[in-house]
Design a binder for this molecule. Structure first.
Ligand code: AMP
Ligand code: GLY
Length: 458
């Protein structure tokens, strides 16, 4: 079977790598892909089609006999790519437009959570600027103001007090900083705790919960600085133990899938719960309707099961027929290397060096995100073919690479990932140095418990 993957980030490189490894798959096409997918293997090929050009994607899928299409980001899902492919009888993995509202509209999501009695922050929805300001008059508490629609992860403003909340409402609803996404707003209680991502795959009847992962959204160490698309991730996330994961499944994922069914918007695809682990337990901050980027990279490094079998079972509504996914017991850490200036204005076109050295390290995989192959210029030929390939790869985005490694413990995986990071360089490259450190407190606890058990044995 041939598979078409839509997108160009680190998540899509990881998906293409994992999908190409499936015995069910002949060729993988990535539209539009990046330099990582272009150079991964002879079985993977980039096609220059934009993720929102549904007509061209459908034509390509038909001409190239794509028996499965997998969508990376929320933008085409919320724009109805699944409906468009289905109407042409093409097999595609992901939620349809109606179900994708779970990410595309925060008020829709809150309504589903409320109706399913799923733990989340208390909230109000406002269509009118004056009503929102009026509501804030009596509230001088920490609040979060959110643009209802898609805003590339930027339409959420966490506020300490009333004046910040009033300013946030003004920016979103009056000044329309996030365009039409801010026509409607959600104002909700601010939750405190640690964030974690629990992703599940569902066909609307059966839920297959993946291992927990933790993202690092802030730009700088210690969670300081502006928000980014995610500066690194690791899995498993020991903040969620088996008992808590079961609770999340029963109290959060199951009622969400049920409520989506009773709302006549059945959900098929990746259900990504962004959770806050509060003192009262896990609460939903948001749902995403696709794999997280960069959470996808460590998750797929650890997943042993053939992901294509899972995607096929979801499309056929037969997820109950396949066995539980198998995981590499080791941990995986992904460190994002970014361009100078990111998440603000950043430079592009810088030559990346050391990729081959990093690739030669054991249990390490460098997933590309914002990279491209430099257009051929008439230059003297470099000494080796290997160097030639490397010389042609240049930066083309803010988040450039997701350097991912496996290790026996999270600390081992962290060390391996940063060892690979050290081999790679370009002008202005930077990364956070503390990816996965939040797990230390749990890992130390585990080590202590192990030592205690050993002592007990003596
Ligand atoms: P969202 O897109 O809704 O997940 O929001 C993006 C980020 O804003 C989350 O990852 C949190 O860091 C933060 N956030 C959203 N809602 C809340 C909330 N109710 N309380 C505290 N932080 C929040
Ligand atoms: N890692 C956050 C996201 O994919 O939205």
């Amino acid at each position: 079977m041939n598979v078409l993957i839509i997108g160009s980030g680190g998540r899509e490189h990881a998906l293409s790598w994992k999908i190409a490894a499936s015995p069910l798959v002949n060729r993988v096409f990535v539209a539009p892909g990046n330099a990582g997918t272009a150079t991964e293997s002879d079985d993977i090929e980039n096609v220059e089609i934009n993720e929102l050009d549904f007509a061209a994607l459908i034509k390509f899928a038909k001409q190239n006999k794509a028996g499965l299409t997998v969508v990376g980001s929320e933008t085409p899902l919320c724009a109805g790519i699944v409906d468009a492919f289905n109407s042409e009888n093409l097999r595609i993995f992901g939620p349809d437009k109606a179900a994708a509202q779970l990410e595309g509209s925060k008020s829709f999501c809150k309504d589903i959570l409320h109706r399913g009695d799923v733990p989340t922050a208390s909230y109000n929805v406002f269509n009118d600027y004056n009503d929102a300001i009026q509501y804030l008059q009596n509230r001088d508490v920490p609040l979060v103001v959110k643009a209802d629609g898609l805003a590339a992860g930027k339409g959420v403003i966490v506020c300490r007090n009333r004046s910040e909340a009033i300013d946030a409402v003004y920016r979103i609803q009056k000044r329309r900083e996030f365009g039409d996404a801010g026509k409607k707003i959600v104002i909700e209680e601010r939750l405190d705790g640690e964030e974690v991502s629990v992703l599940a795959i569902t066909d609307g009847k059966t839920i297959l919960t993946l291992q927990p992962a933790q993202d690092h959204k802030a730009a700088h160490d210690g969670d300081a600085g502006p928000n980014t698309g995610g500066m690194g991730a690791y899995s498993p996330a020991p903040i969620v133990d088996d008992k808590m994961l079961q609770w999340i499944e029963e109290r959060i994922l199951v009622p969400t899938v049920h409520t989506m069914n009773s709302n006549n918007t059945p959900f098929k695809g990746v259900l990504y719960a962004g959770l806050m682990i509060t003192k009262q337990g896990p609460k939903v901050l948001e749902y995403n309707v696709r794999f997280g980027d960069p959470e996808c990279q460590p998750l797929l490094m650890r997943l042993r099961t053939d992901i294509v079998e899972i995607f096929e079972a979801v499309i056929d509504g037969k997820l109950n027929k396949i066995s539980l996914p198998e995981w590499d017991k080791r941990s995986a850490v992904c460190v994002v290397m970014a361009s100078k200036g990111y998440p603000g204005e950043y430079s592009k076109g810088d030559e990346i060096r050391g990729l081959n050295d990093a690739a030669n390290l054991p249990d390490t995989k460098v997933f590309h995100a914002g990279t491209t192959l430099k257009k051929n210029e008439s230059k003297p030929l470099p000494e080796t073919a290997e160097k030639q390939t490397e010389k042609q790869i240049v930066t083309n985005g803010g988040r450039v690479l997701g350097v991912t490694a496996l290790g026996k413990t999270i600390s081992d995986a962290k060390l391996a990932a940063y060892t690979a990071v050290k081999k790679i360089r370009w002008d202005g490259a930077w990364c956070r140095k503390d990816i996965s450190d939040k797990a230390n407190k749990y890992e130390n606890l585990e080590n202590k418990n192990e030592t205690k058990e050993d002592e007990d044995k003596v």
